[in-house]
Design a protein around this ligand. Structure first.
Ligand code: HEM
Length: 136
């Protein structure tokens, strides 16, 4: 199978029904011949023509058969360059957890552990007192 490298700009040029490339999981697929056969209709493919359609493809929950069809349409892989749209999983401008002060999740976790510890300690103390009271 061809393993040509495409830039996002290369793929973006193939954005018509007669020449339709899409990017899914950073691989490039030529859906030109498939667009008329797509059980989900041609519209959805035209909507994502020349773009990253990873999210659209995954949201539908395509079958293994669909994934096999997809594999057969592969023409190469995507070569990301600076300034390209980010992979669909992280939306443009989205704040990454690290930039958001990655500590916050950790602090929350510490708080849960600390509170859990306090509760356990209080329960232990309480039981000790109960036992002491019984033995008295
Ligand atoms: C580009 C490669 C794609 C391939 C090879 C593909 C293939 C298929 C196949 C084989 C089915 C039949 C059901 C199944 O086996 O899961 C299907 C259904 C469907 N596809 Fe795609 N698909 C592609 C892209 C997309 C995209 C980008 C969308 C965007 C939303 C989409 C939307 C749908 C929908 C909505 C159905 C359900 C149709 C129904 O059950 O009535 N597909 N696709």
């Amino acid at each position: 199978m061809a393993s040509k490298e495409f830039t996002y700009q290369d793929v973006a040029e193939h954005n018509t029904k007669k020449d339709l490339y899409v990017v899914i999981h950073d691989e490039v697929y030529d859906c030109t011949k498939f667009v008329d056969e797509h059980p989900g209709g041609e519209e959805v493919l035209l909507d994502v023509a020349g773009q990253d359609s990873t999210e659209a493809f995954e949201d539908v929950g395509h079958s293994d058969e669909a994934r096999e069809t997809l594999a057969a349409l592969k023409v190469g892989s995507l070569k990301r360059q600076a300034g390209d749209p980010k992979p669909k999983a992280s939306l443009p401008g989205a704040v990454t957890p690290a930039a958001q002060g990655g500590g916050s999740a950790g602090v929350g976790l510490y708080a849960v552990v600390a509170i859990g510890g306090l509760i356990a300690y209080a329960a232990y103390q309480y039981l000790q007192q109960q036992q002491a009271a019984q033995n008295a």
